[in-house]
Design a protein around this ligand. Structure first.
Ligand code: GDP
Length: 139
């Protein structure tokens, strides 16, 4: 299995609810290494740009408002099969369909406020990492 990198975001609901440590603990216990990390507050424009793939979806405007509503934590996670390992830890988008023991199942309060984002494939991961981090910010 290849060593991969993936982008993880703790969304505004996760930061506001004091769940940063809980989420990072799950990543580290699963063997994912944090290669970069920062807290930031996206503008509406930045949130729009990050989620541009969803711009035709009915929930796009709400999602942009939510993602720019407060600070988030962005991380580069690294490890074997990191993209899928992170997706498995997160659980399904809709927490009601997420497996027991996943971050979203344990903490989400709605399909939108689902605590975490994770890249959905290695190519997306490279694009999303470049969106948030420059070379000086990576170890
Ligand atoms: P993810 O890769 O599991 O995060 O899911 P998607 O890329 O499909 O959706 C991006 C984000 O949009 C999700 O994590 C949710 O925060 C939000 N979202 C997705 N589907 C819905 C929906 O049906 N309604 C609302 N309000 N938000 C949604």
């Amino acid at each position: 299995m290849a060593i991969e990198q993936t982008l993880s975001l703790i969304k505004p609901d996760g930061v506001a609810r004091g769940l940063i440590g809980e989420v990072i603990d799950r990543f580290e216990r699963k063997g994912l290494k944090i290669r970069a990390m920062k807290m930031l507050h996206l503008t509406r424009e930045q949130a729009r740009a990050f989620y541009t793939v969803h711009k035709e979806r009915p929930f796009y405007a709400r999602l942009v408002k939510f993602m720019s509503s407060g600070p988030i934590v962005a991380m580069i996670l690294e490890g074997e099969n990191a993209v899928q390992v992170n997706r498995d830890l997160m659980g399904a988008t809709d927490y009601r369909q997420a497996a027991p023991g996943t971050i979203r199942r344990d903490f989400s309060r709605s399909i939108e406020k689902n605590l975490v984002h994770g890249s959905d494939g290695p190519d997306t991961a490279m694009t999303e990492i470049a969106f948030f981090f420059n070379d000086l910010e990576k170890v």
